[in-house]
Write a protein that binds this ligand. Structure first.
Ligand code: ATP
Ligand code: MG
Length: 370
């Protein structure tokens, strides 16, 4: 088995001049990475002796891949256009039979679409706020949706299309906002009950056999999963009180106008257990792999409601929610990134399983049937 791998980091990055094609929304590409993040990821992967490069996730990628000949790709790509852009690179890599980290095609396609995700969760009795998808903007409003409502693009991330105007109090404002989202983002608007309570994000790492393949078997609980300390995002003092908006997400942690982050969140142990349980089910119901971050908000009665899952969460050192969560429990950035890499690689047979001490009595051999 090869000890050192060739690992391109695949991503879409923000260009210096932010040249935006005509007709794209004002916050287009907000979810793209910066070259600094790519360099942090590369340094983390190289710290274990692997060889890296950066490959841009655009139309030239098949050629770049053929030239670099990766053993495994570290996938961070948001993709470009279409209705499931986060699934584009995984689909291409599967076509080219190249291993990659994290969730696969179907999961990344579905998790980008918040409406589809919530339909699946609701079907499995996971708690979500009542919701309705608007495609034209003049659909009759369903009677179980009571104002105030919250309107957001169905298939964006990083708070794109989300600001305080997302909260609507009348039918007129609802229709105006829905039409604005549909036209600007060229996709359906997801309308949900406004959840006025506290907001959290819950990070998951691992899978059933993670202790056999991860670099840190001690991180995992008996079921093979690691639960990061829960991060609370308190927006009351942010530039967009009540909402973790695009503008709030653009602030540096600790800067004026940024939300307050508390990690671990001040919660009763049974609430922590409940949120972790919900996030893990949310992850597994969608067949997410190795790592994810699920966003949750409390409703008016303090009941948790799942907002969305990020199967390609940001990994910017000292900034991205998952990195803050790892940092809060003393997990270094390099260890976090390498764990994602090794868990991914082990699914493609690139990591030998760790020998587990045989401290349990061996099962008796079943008697032979005559
Ligand atoms: N139903 C709701 N009620 C109240 N606030 C909401 C609701 N839906 C979303 N929000 C607010 O808008 C923010 C962004 O929404 P959401 O997490 O669904 O989208 P996102 O932009 O994809 O986020 P991410 O950056 O995590 O990918 C949430 O963090 C929350 O503050
Ligand atoms: Mg979110």
């Amino acid at each position: 088995m090869k000890r050192y791998w060739r690992v391109p980091v695949i991503a879409n990055i923000k260009t210096e001049k932010e040249e935006k094609p005509e007709g794209v929304p004002p916050d287009a590409f907000a979810d793209f990475d910066t070259i600094e993040t790519i360099n942090q990821l590369r340094a983390a992967i190289e710290s274990e002796g692997h060889r890296t490069t950066f490959i841009m996730a655009d139309q030239n990628i098949p050629f770049a891949l053929q030239e670099f000949k990766p053993d495994i790709c570290f996938n961070m790509a948001e993709g470009l256009g279409g209705d499931a852009r986060e699934a584009q690179i995984p689909a291409l890599l599967e076509l080219m039979r190249i291993p990659y980290t994290g969730s696969r095609v179907l999961t990344n396609g579905i998790s980008l679409d918040k409406t589809l995700t919530k339909r699946i969760w609701r079907d499995r009795n996971l708690p979500v706020a009542p919701f309705q998808e608007f495609i034209s903007g003049d659909e009759p409003l369903r009677s179980d949706l009571k104002f105030p409502l919250f309107v957001k693009p169905a298939r964006e991330g990083t708070g794109m299309g989300v600001d305080t105007n997302a909260i609507v109090n009348s039918e007129k404002d609802l229709r105006e906002r829905a039409v604005y989202i549909i036209n600007t983002y060229e996709q359906p608007a997801l309308v949900e009950t406004f959840l006025p309570g506290r907001e959290f994000t819950v990070g998951i790492l691992g899978r059933k056999d993670a202790h056999l393949f991860g670099r840190h078997p001690d991180w995992y609980e008996k079921d093979g999963y690691h639960r990061f300390p829960i991060l609370e995002i308190a927006s009351s003092r942010s530039i967009t009180p009540q909402v973790y908006s695009r503008a709030a997400k653009a602030q540096e942690v600790g800067a004026e106008g940024a939300p307050d982050f508390y990690c671990p969140a001040d919660l009763e142990p049974e609430v922590v257990k409940k949120l972790n349980h919900l996030a893990l089910r949310a992850h597994n119901v969608l067949n997410a792999l190795d790592y994810s971050r699920t966003d949750v908000r409390f409703d008016g009665e303090g009941n948790p409601r799942l907002l969305e899952i990020n199967t390609l969460p940001g990994l910017t050192l000292g900034y991205s929610d998952l990195c803050l969560q790892a940092e809060a429990e003393g997990i270094s950035y390099n260890d976090l990134v390498l764990e994602i890499l090794y868990l991914g690689a082990s699914r493609w047979g690139m990591v030998a399983p760790r020998e587990v001490p045989l401290n349990q009595p061996r099962k008796k051999t079943a008697p032979l049937n005559k």
